[in-house]
Ligand binder design. Structure first.
Ligand code: CA
Length: 225
C-alpha cells in the first residue's frame, strides 16, 4: 500500500516515512501543498498523511480541491495541538480523520489502518512487488504457485527492500535497521543474507532480482522477459 506524506518540515516528513516503511507500507514525501496535490491526484497512492500549514497551498485547500474533483482518497490531517479551527476546517473540507502533533508512531499506524479499512481495503498483512508477495505474518514469500519460508533476518532484509523500491538501500541502512546496533555484525553478514535471498528468488523463478549498485547498496529490479 502506498502512502503519500505531505509535510514541509523535512525531518518530520522523513520520520513519518520511516515509520510507515517499517510497518510495511511504501511511503513518499512531498514538501509543499501544490506538489502534494499533484501526487495525491496521480492515483498512485492509497492514502494521504497531510499537514495543515504548508507552503504554496494549505492542507485544508488541498483536501478541499481533492473532494471538489470527487477524489475519494483517504486523508489523515496533522494539526497543531493548539488549533481547534484547523480540525474543524480540515474535516469540513473533506479530511477523513485528524491527528494532533506531536504524536506517537502506533497512533499514526492505527489511524491509517482504520482509514484504509474504511475504504474497504484489505488490512495490510502482506506486501507485494512485481510477481512477489511477502506474507508479513508467516514470513512466506510467494511467486505464482511457488512459495518459500524466510528466516527472520532474510524476512527483514527483503521487507526493507520491498518497501523501498524507489531508492537504493545501503548496506549500512540494512545493518542499522535489521541488526540494530549489534556491533558484531559486519557488512559481510548483509552480503550473506542477500545471497540467501537471491537463491530463494531463483528457486521461486521470480522475475525480481536483487541488484548490487557498487558502493551504494541494493535495489530490487524486475527482469524483462
Ligand atoms: Ca507545516
Amino acid at each position: 500500500m502506498n502512502i503519500l506524506v505531505v509535510e514541509d518540515e523535512r525531518n518530520l516528513a522523513d520520520a513519518i516515512c520511516r515509520i510507515l516503511e517499517d510497518a510495511g507500507y511504501n511511503a513518499e514525501a512531498c514538501y509543499d501543498g501544490s506538489s502534494g496535490l499533484l501526487s495525491a491526484e496521480s492515483g498512485l497512492f492509497d492514502a494521504v498523511v497531510l499537514d495543515v500549514m504548508l507552503p504554496r497551498m494549505s492542507g485544508t485547500e488541498l483536501v478541499h480541491e481533492l473532494r471538489r474533483q470527487r477524489n475519494p482518497i483517504p486523508v489523515l490531517m496533522l494539526t497543531a495541538r493548539t488549533s481547534t479551527t484547523d480540525k474543524v476546517s480540515g474535516l469540513d473540507a473533506g479530511a477523513d480523520d485528524y491527528m494532533t502533533k506531536p504524536f506517537e508512531a502506533p497512533e499514526l499506524l492505527a489511524r491509517l489502518r482504520a482509514l484504509t479499512r474504511r475504504q474497504g481495503e484489505v488490512v495490510l498483512d502482506e506486501v507485494g512487488f512485481a510477481d512477489l508477495t511477502l506474507d508479513l505474518a508467516t514470513h512466506d514469500l510467494r511467486c505464482a504457485d511457488r512459495s518459500v519460508h524466510l528466516s527472520g533476518k532474510e524476512f527483514e532484509v527483503l521487507r526493507m527492500l520491498m518497501s523501498s523500491t524507489a531508492r537504493v538501500v545501503s548496506k549500512q541502512d540494512l545493518l542499522t535497521r535489521v541488526w540494530g546496533t549489534d556491533g558484531d555484525t559486519s557488512e559481510n553478514s548483509v552480503e550473506a543474507y542477500i545471497s540467501f535471498l537471491r537463491k530463494k528468488l531463483n528457486h521461486l523463478k521470480s522475475k525480481v532480482q536483487i541488484t548490487t549498485l557498487r558502493m551504494l547498496g541494493y535495489r530490487l529490479e524486475v527482469l524483462s522477459a
